[in-house]
Structure formats: structure tokens, C-alpha cells
Ligand binder design. Structure first.
Ligand SMILES: [Fe+2]
Length: 253
């Protein structure tokens, strides 16, 4: 059976309760011309209220490479680092994120993941969108391997995605780093974003292929953001050295 079609019982139940499952969205992603799909991961109103209760006093980022059994503890530590929140709120948030991370990895059929949790305080750095595609996070020996990221905003504004045509990709290949230029190219009325608490799955790779064009949103309020890149235990080693070379330590960047 194709690994993307492996549907665990719990995820099937989740899909019946919440609409598109992660597996369903991954299937959708493979044929999406723009390289992104949104997914309901079962975050409730109560979950969102709990995430909103987390005190965010500073911008911070934490990268976790593999060791999925440690993510709950690491998320709890992260929430302790960014502000002063009630213990019960932290525990509930960390547990919920651990469940989501586990669901995403399970649905992907991969062994582990690079997980990144990031907090923002209001900033004008993204008032002008930073439209880009993510390059390949790791090399895969399997040509049909879908290399993707899962992104989820828990507090604050959600990621911007743009359904860019093949023609427009070609004509903007050299100008994609020009933020003012791209602002004019990417028409406001065509920009789409997941709802808060709704996941986004998107493909990485070449700008001229189906990699998803996306940007941070304008961030004028606190924001809490989770991203997950599932991969194998072997791939996580190379991925870790690439990411840590870019971001030498967990810090504001
Ligand atoms: Fe990105």
C-alpha cells in the first residue's frame, strides 16, 4: 500500500469528526497545482482559548530534531521561557502540541520530524510580505517522496499563501526576493490563509516547480507558531546540521 494511504484508525475517526484528515490533505497536496492544502487537526475552541492564555513576552524560537518522546517536555520549557503562564495552561498546551506532532508524523508515514516552535511579539518586519518558497529540507533517495512542512498558528495572524500560476513563477523567478515588487505581483484578493488553529501542509523545493509560495503575515499582535517537517531518522541528521548552521543557537533571529 502507498505509504500516503496508510490511514490509522484514530486519524480516520478524526477525519469523520473534523473534516479533511491529515492523510486526506496529504493526498490533496500531491495534486494541488499551488503546493498547499489546509487541514483540520481537531483543535477546539477550548484549545485555542488555552493557547491564547499563554503569556508571550518575547520573540523566541526552538528547534527540536527528532527525539519525539521529548517534545512535550520541550514545549513546556519553551512556554516557561517566553513568559509567565500558569502551570496548568502550559501543561495542557504542551500536551496538545505533542499530540498534533505525533499525528502529523504518523500520517506522513515517516519516522520522526524537525519541529520548530516560535513566538512573536508585535513587529513591523512583515508589513511588506516576505514571499518565498522553502527549499528542500533534506535529500530523499525516493523520487516519489513528498517533502513538505506542516504549519499551524495557535495565536495571532496566520501564514499567507499565494496560488501562483506556473507562468507567473517563471516571470518572477528573478524578482521573488524583491518584496516591494512581489507585493504588487501577489494581489491581495488572491491571498489565502488557514483559519487560526487550522493546519497548512505545503510543498518545499524549486521556485519554478510546485513549491508553495508563502509569507509570514503582518504581525501586529502576539503570535505563536508551530511547524513540523517529517522525515526519516537518517534524514534528520543532515537536516539538523543544515538548520543549526543557519541558526547557530535557539535565539531571536
Ligand atoms: Fe517559509
Amino acid at each position: 500500500m502507498n505509504k500516503w494511504l496508510k490511514i490509522s484508525f484514530s486519524l480516520l475517526i478524526s477525519s469523520l469528526l473534523h473534516g479533511t484528515s491529515i492523510n486526506g490533505a496529504l493526498d490533496e497536496l500531491k495534486s494541488d497545482p499551488y503546493g498547499f492544502a489546509f487541514v483540520d487537526v481537531g483543535i477546539t475552541k477550548e484549545d485555542l482559548e488555552n493557547f491564547s492564555s499563554i503569556d508571550i513576552q518575547r520573540e523566541w524560537v526552538y528547534h527540536q530534531f527528532g527525539e519525539m518522546e521529548r517534545v512535550q517536555e520541550i514545549f513546556a520549557n519553551f512556554f516557561g521561557e517566553i513568559g509567565v503562564s500558569e502551570h496548568a495552561i502550559i501543561l495542557r498546551a504542551a500536551e496538545r502540541l505533542k499530540e498534533i506532532a505525533s499525528d502529523v508524523v504518523k500520517a506522513s508515514g515517516k519516522e520522526t520530524a524537525w519541529i520548530c516552535l516560535r513566538s512573536f511579539i508585535p513587529t513591523n518586519r512583515f508589513d511588506l510580505p516576505r514571499w518565498h518558497v522553502d527549499g528542500h529540507y533534506y535529500r530523499s533517495d525516493e523520487p516519489e517522496d513528498l517533502i513538505f512542512k506542516f504549519a499551524l498558528t495557535l495565536v495571532g495572524p496566520t501564514t499567507l499563501f499565494y496560488p501562483i500560476s506556473r507562468e507567473l513563477r517563471k516571470t518572477t523567478e528573478k524578482t521573488v526576493r524583491n518584496r516591494q515588487y512581489m507585493k504588487n505581483v501577489c494581489k491581495q484578493e488572491n491571498i489565502v490563509s488557514p483559519k487560526i488553529g487550522e493546519g497548512a501542509l505545503f510543498i518545499s523545493g524549486q521556485y519554478t516547480s510546485v513549491a508553495a509560495l508563502h509569507s509570514e503575515p503582518p504581525i501586529h499582535e502576539n503570535r505563536l507558531f508551530l511547524s513540523i517537517v517529517p522525515c526519516s531518522e537518517k534524514q534528520i541528521i543532515a537536516l539538523k546540521s543544515r538548520v543549526t548552521a543557519l541558526y547557530p543557537k535557539d535565539s531571536r533571529n
